[in-house]
Design a protein around this ligand. Structure first.
Ligand SMILES: [Zn+2]
Length: 267
């Protein structure tokens, strides 16, 4: 093995590791290298390792308890700050090949192409992965939806922008048909390659009315500084598709967190 091969091998490991880590570690933002190098303490959505214990499991998770801008939140429509000057978010998505993983906390679809971007407040973020929560994490007027999809984007400075799409039971979602027929039941060591390309634009609802707020990762280490955009109109998955996810993760949501004076903005 010559030096170049070694370097290429190392690069492959570096590039692969964050995608193989859990949704939270993956993002892990400013300290991405550090967070992926150390294996974080086991956490879950229930009991001794559940959301109200996350901060006690690892000192790196301190923000889960003492953070002041945490996600998810309940979006109260009567409390919105209406701002006609607020820039809309813009997506630049194209049909993309995805690989699928079960990271032990959710099902995550990874995109290594780097060819999908979103622009929020004039900043461009590259799409990295999408994953699901059941039931929804963010709420609208106290209402929880059947599921929520998070599209995670990262900019060149390592900051995250998450697009949250609420999901309700309804028609079969054709864009997600292949993915939901192949959901890995056990934690995966290697990603599963999906045959069909997915156009993220086709996954979004028609109405792009959005709620914007400053929040955090909804999984340990609950890092803040995440730019959240939650769409008001939910998309649909069939009851069968929802149940196929629920058979693997019956409940993988973090409860809503206090606003602590934050405003949620809309156009
Ligand atoms: Zn999420």
């Amino acid at each position: 093995m010559n030096r170049n091969t070694v370097i290429r091998g190392l690069m492959a490991v570096v590039l692969t590791l964050p995608l193989a880590a859990c949704a939270a570690q993956n993002s892990a933002i400013p300290s991405a290298g550090k967070a992926t190098a150390t294996k974080s303490a086991h956490w879950s959505y229930l009991g001794d390792t559940g959301p109200d214990k996350w901060a006690t499991l690892d000192t790196q998770n301190a923000a889960c308890a003492n953070g002041t801008e945490q996600s998810p939140i309940d979006i109260e429509l009567s409390q919105l700050k209406v701002d006609k000057e607020l820039s809309t978010f813009e997506t630049n998505y194209k049909p993309t090949s995805f690989t699928l993983m079960n990271n032990g906390h959710t099902i995550q679809a990874n995109d290594a192409s780097g060819s999908n971007t979103i622009t929020v407040e004039g900043k461009v973020y590259t799409f990295v992965q999408l994953h699901f929560h059941k039931p929804s994490e963010n709420q609208i007027n106290g209402k929880t939806f059947d599921m929520e999809m998070h599209l995670v984007h990262k900019n060149s400075e390592g900051n995250l922008a998450v697009l949250g799409v609420l999901i309700k039971s309804g028609s079969e979602n054709k864009q997600l048909a292949e993915m939901f027929s192949k959901l890995p039941k056990e934690e995966t060591k290697e990603d599963l390659k999906l045959d069909q390309v997915i156009d993220l634009n086709a996954l979004l609802p028609q109405d792009k009315k959005a709620f914007r707020y400053k929040g955090s990762l909804t999984t340990p280490p609950c890092s803040e500084g995440v730019d959240w955009t939650v769409l008001e109109e939910p998309i649909e998955l069939s009851e069968e598709q929802i149940q196929s996810f629920g058979a693997i993760f019956s409940d993988n949501h973090r409860p809503v967190q206090p606003l602590n004076g934050r405003t949620v903005a809309t156009q």
